[in-house]
Ligand binder design. Structure first.
Ligand code: OSB
Ligand code: MG
Length: 370
């Protein structure tokens, strides 16, 4: 029986090596919250709350996560008695929504548990791969030439798929330019819900460009619009923001709202629901891949472990730490080599927090005890 006797929360800031712009925001620096759980036997597990600072991807923010973590989640986790991380997740499920915040605790529970059991996190989750295929996500650039330079650099580094952010005014033209310059590179696009159904002409044009998938064209709740678009496109639609709960996936499958699922640990509320979404998708022959939220090394390690599950048959957004950060919060960075990230075989998360560096980047901390 595991009992957590200390929850530590710290806000950590890291500068981005390259500005990242989506349809709704642009970023130069990120602040995430790291969660450390200490068990009554001294076992420790780390997790990451990778919420963006503003409520533009989901409704959460770093400040909302901080408030929910210290006021609601930490007390629930301190009161829980559990044998398996899924029971810790069940104890937190009382909190509605707030998935990024919950994910940090769920991840820490899995990290602690797998290390205590002496198994790598990937194995604990049911993973089978020794290395995972890495794709890269490219933001909106100032010019098409800047975008082509980004694609060229990432393809040279070995990334096996390139995802391009699109938005009204930055869609068919840049995508066509990338397809023309790099005809053999698998490309997919991600709209982060920036369009409405009246933009179907844009998607009909994109449909002719041989893309791997079109991710989240419409708003999160617009599942029937996604189904209507999927019915007229050959290119698979991939859902991201639309699937926060496993039940959303059930609805999406019934409606035919997409043919591919991006599973994000943060968006789903942790590794526990992420594995459930994977199992359901596999049962319906829906291929999945692991999406990212610019995670620091801790969250990145969880993404690598998750991506080792058998249903993750498409390249995941598990780039090396160096795509985003000059120095990461783990002692060793996550490395992408020849388009793959190795799955660690050491017990637990497989990467250790760099405490001295973390201290130098910490902007706030709080300890919650029973
Ligand atoms: O839709 O995948 C997204 C970053 C912020 C908000 C939304 C998204 C993203 C990414 C990040 O694409 C990809 C990564 O972490 O490598
Ligand atoms: Mg996305």
């Amino acid at each position: 029986m595991i009992r957590i006797e200390k929850v530590e929360l710290r806000r950590v800031r890291l500068p981005l090596v390259h500005r990242f712009q989506t349809s709704s925001h642009a970023k130069r620096e990120l602040e995430h919250i790291l969660v450390t759980l200490t068990g009554s036997d001294g076992a420790v597990g780390w997790g990451e709350i990778a919420s963006p600072s503003g409520p533009f991807y989901s409704a959460e923010t770093v400040d909302s996560c901080w408030a929910v973590a210290r006021t609601f989640l930490a007390p629930l986790v301190l009161a829980a008695r559990w044998e398996h991380p899924s029971e810790l997740a069940a104890a937190m499920a009382k909190v509605r929504g707030n998935h990024f915040a919950r994910a940090g605790f769920d991840m820490a529970g899995w990290a602690l548990w797998s290390r205590a059991m002496g198994v790598p996190l990937s194995k604990a989750l049911g993973g089978e791969r020794a290395k995972v295929e890495a794709g890269v996500s490219l933001g909106i650039e100032a010019t098409i030439d800047d975008l082509l330079a980004q694609v060229e650099a990432r393809v040279a580094e070995g990334y096996r798929r390139v995802k391009l952010k699109i938005a009204p005014g930055w869609d068919v033209e840049p995508v066509r330019a990338v397809r023309a310059a790099f005809p053999s590179v698998p490309v997919h696009v991600d709209a982060n819900g920036a369009y409405a159904l009246d933009a179907r002409a844009v998607f009909e044009e994109l449909d002719g460009l041989g893309l791997l998938m079109i991710e989240q064209p419409f708003a999160p709740r617009a599942l029937t619009d996604h189904a209507a678009l999927q019915a007229i496109l050959t290119t698979p639609i991939c859902l991201d923001e639309s699937v926060e709960e496993v039940d959303d996936l059930v609805t999406a499958l019934r409606l035919g709202a997409g043919r591919i699922l991006n599973i994000k640990v943060s968006r789903m509320g942790g590794l526990t629901p992420a594995v459930r979404a994977h199992d359901l998708a596999v049962a319906h022959d829906v291929p999945v891949w692991c999406g990212g939220m610019h995670e620091f090394g801790i969250g990145r390690a969880a993404n690598v472990a998750l991506s080792s599950l058998p249903g993750f048959t498409l390249p995941s957004d598990v780039s090396g730490s160096d795509k985003y950060y000059a120095r990461d919060v783990t002692r060793e960075p996550v490395v992408c080599d020849g388009g793959f990230v190795e799955v660690p075989s050491a017990p637990g998360l497989g990467w250790e927090a760099d405490l001295d560096f973390l201290d130098s980047r910490t902007t706030g901390r709080e300890t919650v005890s029973p």
